[in-house]
Design a protein around this ligand. Structure first.
Ligand code: OSB
Ligand code: MG
Length: 374
């Protein structure tokens, strides 16, 4: 498969509402999109790096540089027949997994189109719909949060995840659990606590949570294993899991009982599938996380969520929760049963609104295959 061009764009897109986590507030997204042209087909990938290096060391500008200077030229010099070849092509570049995933996922999109398969079918997906949850940012007051939860539950979402941090945790969870005794509820600390907060975190056990996500350090397994011994509530790891080996380490050490898989965080579909398989073989359920993606990243997340071990509702939700105008057509919608139907047309299954993308683009660079002399 000859790579004819890799076009990297940066789009600026305001979120419909700010999203606050324990590490800060996001109001405007800077989205990197890779458009890869190959023998008449076009594949799209989205970079899930955030605007600042707070969730991970990668951020928008580091990913841009990694793609333009290293990964794009390396890919353009090869003719990968499959998304599964990208790891070999990128192996000299350490880390930069979100940048790698941007390109690799676009190659998987092309491969699916060439095979006439939906991306879900290409990767071995077994579902026709995926169960959806929502991730709710930190709000300025508990009544405001309760109102938002009310709205999301009536829209059909199957699980509510609350961002938490010291000062926005026990009281919030208590109020929510009291108001809705039966709902599926979880929380995500994004590393806001230390092991010395274990006595405090034990209080979370009173709220019958599905899980607590990444309570401790972003790069830790050992302290999470010590904390898990003290908690009834299952720990889910997000930030810590970079690849299949991390998955094995975390499971072996009993650092978690559930894993959140994010395509960007693990470096693309190949590694995401490997993480999924490793967890499934060991009886650990997984779910698909989100990084405030546009419809392009969202469509990749939908395909990934069709794998068998994605048994828990993910953070993959409707386009309209994030964007006034999403860049795909149709936009992602969630049924009143809280499900997204997996498209069965070749590739990602959503058209790309190229006119809108062009209007939102603030930076663009074309990376071509090197001309071979002679
Ligand atoms: O930890 O899951 C996270 C958003 C940005 C960075 C980290 C996380 C999140 C979310 C949002 O929880 C999930 C989504 O709705 O896209
Ligand atoms: Mg998380």
């Amino acid at each position: 498969m000859r790579i004819d061009a890799i076009i990297l764009r940066e789009l600026q897109m305001p979120l419909v509402r700010p999203f606050e986590t324990s590490f800060g507030v996001t109001r405007n997204r800077r989205i990197l999109l890779a458009e890869i042209q190959s023998e008449g087909l076009t594949g799209w990938g989205e970079c899930t790096a955030s605007e600042r290096p707070f969730f991970s060391a990668e951020w928008t500008d580091s990913a841009w540089a990694a793609i333009v200077q290293e990964l794009g030229p390396a890919l353009a010099a090869e003719s990968p027949a499959q998304g599964g070849e990208c790891q070999r092509i990128f192996r000299q570049v350490r880390g930069n997994r979100m940048a790698k995933a941007t390109l690799e996922n676009a190659i998987w999109d092309i491969e699916a189109q060439r095979e006439g398969l939906s991306l879900s079918k290409l990767i071995g997906g077994v579902r026709e719909t995926i169960p959806c949850g929502v991730s709710l940012g930190i709000q300025s007051s508990i009544p405001e949060l309760l109102e938002i939860i009310e709205r999301e539950l009536s829209a059909g979402y199957q699980r509510i995840k609350l961002k938490c941090k010291p000062g926005w945790d026990v009281e919030v969870l208590d109020r929510v659990r009291n108001r809705w005794p039966g709902i599926s509820l979880s929380c995500d600390a994004n590393s806001a606590y230390k092991l010395r907060d274990a006595d405090h975190l034990v209080q979370f056990d009173a709220f019958d949570l599905l899980m607590i996500e990444q309570p401790l350090w972003h790069d830790d397994f050992y302290y999470h294993s010590m904390l898990q011994k003290r908690l009834e509530t299952p720990i889910c790891l997000d930030e810590s899991i970079r690849n299949r080996r991390d998955t094995l380490a975390a499971i072996e050490m009993e650092s978690c009982k559930i894993i959140n898989i994010k395509l960007g965080r693990v470096g693309g579909f190949s590694e995401a599938i490997a993480v999924h398989n490793a967890a499934q073989e060991r009886g650990i359920p997984v779910w698909c996380g989100g990084m405030l993606e546009t419809g392009i990243g969202r469509s990749h997340n939908i395909a990934l969520s069709s794998l068998e071990d994605f048994t828990l509702p993910g953070d993959v939700s409707a386009s309209a929760r994030y964007w006034a105008d999403d860049i795909i057509e149709p936009e992602v919608v969630v049924s009143s049963a809280g499900e997204i139907a997996i498209p069965d047309t070749p590739g990602r299954g959503y058209e790309v609104r190229t006119d809108l993308i062009e209007r939102l683009t603030v930076r663009k660079e074309t990376i071509r295959a090197l001309e071979l002399v002679g």
